[in-house]
Design a protein around this ligand. Sequence first.
Ligand SMILES: *Cc1c(COP(=O)(O)O)cnc(C)c1O
Length: 437
Amino acid sequence: MEHGRSKKIYEEAKKYIPGGVNSPVRAFKSVGLDPVFIESGKGSRVLDADGNSYIDFVCSWGPLILGHSPEYIYDGIEEIIRKGTSFGLPTETEVKMARLICEALPGMDMVRMVNSGTEATMSALRLARAYTGRDKIIKFEGCYHGHCDSLLVKAGSGALTLGVPTTPGVPQDVIKDTIVCRYNDTSSVEAAFSENAGGIAAVIVEPVAGNMGVVPPREGFLESLREITKRHGAILIFDEVITGFRLSYGSAQGLFKVEPDITCLGKIIGGGLPVGAYGGKREIMSMVSPLGSVYQAGTLSGNPLAMHMGMKTLEYLRDNPQVYGSIEDNAVRLEAGLNAIIDELSIDACVTRAKGMVCLFLGKGPMESHDDVIRCDTARYASYFREMLERGVIIPPAQFEGWFLSYAHTREDIEYAIKASRESLEIAFADIIKYRP
Ligand SMILES: *Cc1c(COP(=O)(O)O)cnc(C)c1O
């Protein structure tokens, strides 16, 4: 496969953009390759700058649940653009969008649009702190909520109970109120609440963890978070930036029947444009400015073009519920195909799945927390990725990311990805397989 033009663009990119990319994972660093630069996308496929075509399982990391550039969403878009792309004054589309979201999610009475998932979680925390009059928050190791300072924290090592920043530039002072618990471990949450009685404003969680690969919640985990937060007068925040409108039209809260107090959204609700949102119970959302005193604003928030694309996407999902069944069928097929390969090659690997969310971990399961997933073999994953790319399939360029399936992926795409995985995993594990008696 020829990558000459991608390489040339990358050289130029590195001169002007840190690392040549505008979000780190795109640099393909953890799979030891130079990035491919994308020219266009259609359906389940993307075309790179050298004209190579790939089946794409990144799908913009979640927004493209209907695949790349679907005609039925793009219909009428030129007209919308010509009407003007931003006013800084309210438009009716924002109202339609807000109503769509509130009608879909059980825990959502009112919603405020922002421009990214990061903004959504950052604003949700401010609101939860204002509402409870408390400062401390609980997050889970391995859950990602965007790059807001107070959430870039991991658990301290050993006996250290204080969290540590995951990046330079975050002062210890900013994260001193962030407590890190273990995903799927209710007792770690109970312990945090008893150690910080009356001080915890909120628990923020990905209802299905999608940023350490895919780690579904254990039966009863979300229910116990609901019960514990209620008992302690704390706010439960579901970060549904990935799961929102992906697990089901009612999102994770509709699927698991657990209602959070505040929900964060992003990705799918922008239909491929930069959007985020946070919302929840009326009593809480009534504190947001200008109705209430908690300040939060945005020059491009509720942008007419982004609202239009998001609205078209949500309307399509609402009116075509078969989308979810179809994606799940393909996810089940992919899961079964990969499991058959793992059995046949007898390698340490496992597949996790929640509805249409799938991940192949190159490590022994079960995968229930960050401690489990970090035992995976990232070097073998890098080799697996490179072989897949060579065969025209883009899987996530990092072990700790889920595969994103879309409605545009066909059964043939899935069969091909399984076949390519069979060959690629055999190469990635060649040393083990070769020396087996
Ligand atoms: C992607 C993501 C975010 C951050 O959203 P951005 O739009 O990238 O800022 C937050 N939470 C979760 C669960 C995400 O997957």
